[in-house]
Write a protein that binds this ligand. Sequence first.
Ligand code: SF4
Ligand code: SF4
Length: 196
Amino acid sequence: MSSMLNLSAQQKEHGDFADRIFEECGVDVRRCYQCGKCSAGCSVHICKGMGVSPNRIMRMVQLGMEDEVLRTRSIWACVLCSTCTARCPRDIDIPRVMDTLRIMAKKRGITEGFNNASVFHEIFMNSIIKYGRVYEAGLLVALKLKQSGTMFDDLPIGIPAIINVAFRLPKLPPRMKNSNQIRKVVENCKKIEGES
Ligand code: SF4
Ligand code: SF4
């Protein structure tokens, strides 16, 4: 976050950011009074996996810091566990806000916040659409190929782990009954998204 941020200009340009978040997901971030209980209970933040803490993300939304918040690692690192919401005295559904911010970042093509997570997100969803549930071995291969273009760059440091994981994972994609229904759900969501 830049220390030279002009908050007045920011408010003028993106002052409706919290309103738009509310329209998208029904969560009113303006209710947050910065007690910090969400961040104190967030294990991803405690393990220093976020960069910007959840309460600061809420504050940035309040301040209309749209570009900055969409570029944070936090919106991709959040695991949507809802611990923060359970602790929040204002009942703010932070994971829902995080998910909405991801969708906004994706729509705007902003992925530098946490590129690996954004790639993972895409491959995970493609697996769900194709098989009705995630196919872990396929996900692993697709992720490695997309990230580094090769399956073998981790071999020197991870051969035992890779062997261990490879033996535990199902070798073939799962066969789900009615997996075409999941595809239909996704298609309908895309239609609704296109109409809005
Ligand atoms: S716990 Fe709720 S009110 Fe407190 S900082 Fe987090 S979001 Fe805001
Ligand atoms: S939902 Fe996200 S922000 Fe909230 S505690 Fe879990 S990881 Fe942290």
